[in-house]
Design a protein around this ligand. Structure first.
Ligand SMILES: Cc1ncc(COP(=O)(O)O)c(C=O)c1O
Length: 408
């Protein structure tokens, strides 16, 4: 029986049925389906009670004071920066090795993202990589860093917890304090990740998680901003729905006021219903991802010359990456085994849109360029069967024989 997960392909002798291992798949059970049906049968589809329940559950799970659920992590990053009043004439330090959303939101505030190279081993920004940049391009004047080429005031750092591994938040926080920076955290990959045995979400001025459909915990589209700051939380709460002073289902009269700038960034209760079911199963989802990570680490440890995912205790295990020579041929050969892969990330300074800004110089990013040349993300998700996992393992070993051993 051939379904969407299977394709016919030609090998040398004949057509055979081949299983496709998707790069990622959402983990949706009857619980999520029932939860959505309940909302559809209610009289309230947009943001309301179910979203508030989802927020309460997030606060409890992360042990954080405020959680504001939104329609994406991108919205959360934008609102977090606006809540800190980021504006024209200012800039923010962001990693070069990230998804475009991290930088795009800075432009959305009419400010400038300044790209920082990442640490070669962890793929994360560190105070060393930030200091290299500040020394080269900035001067310290009147207790603030000024970026000389753009004459902007460097307001803060937006760090990214790549693949589930968390930046050194204590170090970054101390550094931010000493340099009069805010510290925002793009944890789109890292819901449930820990730093020094504590779940992230409350270490920085704000933290943002994504619930996009490929993420560990998904609502299809969605995200959340978490913070312990009442001031930031209140601003974000108002800005997520046009700046209106009260949520629609709480209005007793038809009148409302607009107290702040606003955006249409709210989620719907239909999507929050998926989130409520997912968060109740999240410990089990994380555990499954961790097991797959462990199998890959063990099985691939014998592949000499291949850089595996750096170990990080307390990861959300969102990505499993390897670094290989001839990366594009690896992608092609794995595809022939039915295995979909991905590349996280092409450095931002190499993207056409950012190149056109003429603000970034390739030689400032040796690490992100070298990682990009070699990196490859393999499938890792909680609905992978033992058979799927074994197929990935044996295919990677065969491609290693074909490409790595034959060359070396
Ligand atoms: C590092 C990073 N930041 C932000 C985002 C944006 O997330 P969303 O699609 O929820 O806006 C992503 C999405 O994959 C991401 O990888």
């Amino acid at each position: 029986m051939i379904n969407n997960d299977n394709v016919n392909y030609v090998n040398k002798k004949n057509y055979v049925e081949k299983k496709i291992i998707n790069f990622s798949k959402p983990d949706i059970t009857e619980k999520e389906i029932q939860s959505v049906i309940n909302v559809l049968k209610s009289n309230w589809l947009t943001m309301g009670n179910v979203t508030r329940i989802f927020e309460e559950k997030i606060k409890e799970y992360l042990n954080v004071s405020y959680a504001i659920v939104l329609n994406s992590a991108t919205a959360g990053l934008h609102l977090g920066l606006r809540a800190l009043d980021l504006k024209q004439g200012e800039s923010v330090l962001v990693p070069d090795f990230t998804f475009t959303a991290t930088a795009e939101v800075v432009f959305r505030c009419n400010a400038i993202p300044l790209f920082i190279d990442v640490d070669r081993k962890s793929y994360l920004i560190t105070i060393e990589t930030i200091q290299n940049f500040l020394r080269k391009y900035c001067i310290w004047k009147n207790k603030q860093w000024i970026h000389k080429p753009t004459r902007t005031v460097v307001r803060g750092i937006l760090c990214v917890d790549y693949g589930g591994r968390v930046c050194d938040l204590h170090q970054l926080k101390q550094f931010a304090k000493e340099n009069h920076f805010f510290l925002g955290e793009d944890a789109a990959h890292s819901f449930g990740s820990e730093y020094k045995n504590k779940k992230i979400g409350s270490f920085c001025d704000f933290t943002v998680f994504s619930f996009y459909s490929t993420k560990n915990l998904t609502t299809g589209e969605g995200g959340v901003l978490t913070t312990n700051s009442k001031t930031i939380a209140k601003k974000v709460q108002h800005m997520r729905l046009h700046g209106i002073d009260r949520e629609a289902d709480k209005r007793k009269t038809p009148f409302y006021d607009i107290k702040t700038e606003g955006y249409k960034y709210n989620i719907s209760d239909i999507l929050s219903a998926i989130g409520v079911a997912q968060i109740e199963r999240y410990t089990e989802i994380l555990e499954k991802r961790k097991k797959i990570h462990e199998i890959y680490q063990k099985e691939f440890s014998m592949l000499k010359g291949i850089q595996l995912t750096p170990e990080y205790e307390g990861s959300s295990y969102h990505l499993y990456t390897i670094e290989v020579e001839q990366r594009n041929q690896w992608i092609e050969q794995l595809r022939q085994f039915g295995i979909q892969t991905s590349v996280h990330f092409k450095p931002l300074h190499m993207m056409t849109y950012y190149k056109k800004k003429k603000l970034y110089t390739a030689k400032d990013y040796p690490s992100s360029r070298e990682i990009f040349k070699k990196i490859l993300s393999l499938p890792i998700y909680s609905t992978m069967s033992q058979e799927d996992i074994q197929h990935v393992v044996s295919s990677v070993k065969t491609v290693y024989q074909n490409l790595h051993l034959k060359k070396n």
